[in-house]
Ligand binder design. Structure first.
Ligand SMILES: [Zn+2]
Length: 405
């Protein structure tokens, strides 16, 4: 009898043990998909670190970065802002194709009304006869004649003997024709433009000083775009924040063998600002330092003649809402609203970042930023300065009346 009990007990325990063993095995799903790594090592491609030094691959094939579009389950206050709280000046306007006729200007006006953009500064480097034609069309539009202003361009070809006299004469003629500033000086300045003698035209070339001095004398802000985001100069690998953009638009990659690198350009640019302290410069795209507000703050502190616009860098402003809020408050006299690419449906993202404290919402261009944005909740006085007061202050030729105090 005891032998029988013993036998049953043994069988029972064996079955129980097998069940436990089975559970233990199934409790490690993906054991075949796992591997361990040494401290400091990264997981192999296709795997992610699920516990310290332990990597695992998903059971199903992973989607590409294009196809992974998770729904956010965050429930938080949402404040969509269609129109800016105060009338805005878009200092970085490229309303291409809308300046040719009174009718197209009226369409531009209707778009801008829906956004509360009262004035657009056209930054298309329009000079000479083209400038005269554009200004004539604007003046022929009763609705738009006080709502669009034009910057003139500088022809940087063949800088050498006699260049500065010609350039200053053209600048004076363009101002007489109605230009209110200079720009947008494009990124080819400093990268690809050559002097008459064949050498690269550096941003801080002394032969250019007469044109910057003329800008100061004529009270013209100089709107200048220098270089590209720093990631465009880096290897296009899976650590590059702009990998997708550089794969979609390979022409945006900067070949360091053929062009100055990011730091060289920034050094020349800052030297240009420093050696012309009476000239007002507006560095487009926050000088490509919106991802390093400490550096940008240092630049603005060291060169009081420099301003920045916020065009096309909302992804950096909106991913650091506390630092951005404090930066905008500290440098509230130095930041201008500007949109760059003309897409009316994209302006409300700027209003929402500047005016609300909304959290974790989508940006309008996935290839710029795979992350979410947050509102920076700027005070009214700061909003007014960023939206219009600063642009009016540095551009005396803009219509100065009719703005809120
Ligand atoms: Zn631009």
């Amino acid at each position: 009898m005891p032998t029988l009990i013993y036998l049953f007990r043994t069988m029972f325990l064996a079955v129980l043990g097998a069940a436990f063993l089975g559970r233990a095995l199934t409790a490690q799903p993906g054991a075949a998909r796992a591997t361990s790594i040494q401290p400091g090592e990264a997981c192999p491609p296709g795997m992610t670190e699920v516990r310290p030094h332990s990597c695992m691959a998903p059971e199903d094939a992973a989607p590409s970065v294009l196809d992974y579009r998770p729904r956010s389950t965050l429930v938080a206050p949402t404040h969509l802002v269609k129109k800016a709280r105060y009338p805005a000046i878009d200092f970085h306007g490229h309303p291409n194709g809308m300046l040719g006729s009174v009718e197209s200007l009226a369409r531009l006006g209707a778009d801008l009304d829906g956004l509360n953009v009262r004035m657009m500064i056209v930054a298309n480097n329009v000079s000479g006869d083209a400038l005269k034609r554009t200004v004539a069309t604007i003046n022929a539009s009763p609705a738009m004649k006080d709502r669009v202003r034009v910057l003139t361009g500088i022809n940087f070809q063949n800088v050498g003997p006699g260049w500065s006299q010609r350039a200053v004469a053209q600048l004076e003629a363009d101002v007489a024709a109605g230009a209110v500033g200079i720009g947008e000086i494009g990124k080819e300045f400093g990268q690809t433009i050559r002097k008459a003698n064949g050498s690269r035209l550096a941003l801080d070339d002394a032969e250019l000083d007469p044109i910057w001095q003329a800008a100061a004398r004529l009270k013209l802000p100089v709107f200048i775009h220098t270089g590209d985001p720093e990631e465009f100069y880096q290897p296009v690998d899976y650590h590059n924040e702009r990998w997708l953009e550089l794969e979609l638009f390979p022409g945006r990659r900067v070949d360091p063998a053929r062009h100055p690198n990011f730091e060289e350009l920034m050094k020349e640019r800052d030297n240009l600002f420093r050696r012309n302290p009476k000239t007002t410069f507006v560095a487009a795209h926050m000088g490509w330092h919106a991802n390093d507000l400490g550096r940008l703050g240092k630049m603005l502190t060291e060169t009081p003649n420099v301003y920045v616009d916020v065009g096309a860098v909302l992804y950096d402003i909106g991913r650091q809402p506390r630092a951005s809020h404090d930066f905008f408050v500290k440098f509230q006299d130095r930041i201008l609203f500007g949109k760059d690419a003309y897409q009316p449906e994209e302006y409300p993202y700027y209003w929402r970042v500047f005016e609300t404290n909304d959290e974790y919402f989508d940006y309008y261009r996935g290839y710029h930023a795979f992350w979410k944005l947050y509102g920076i909740g700027l005070p009214d006085e700061v909003l007014k300065k960023v939206y219009y007061k600063n642009a009016l202050a540095i551009t005396p030729r803009l219509p100065q009346t009719g703005w809120p105090r």
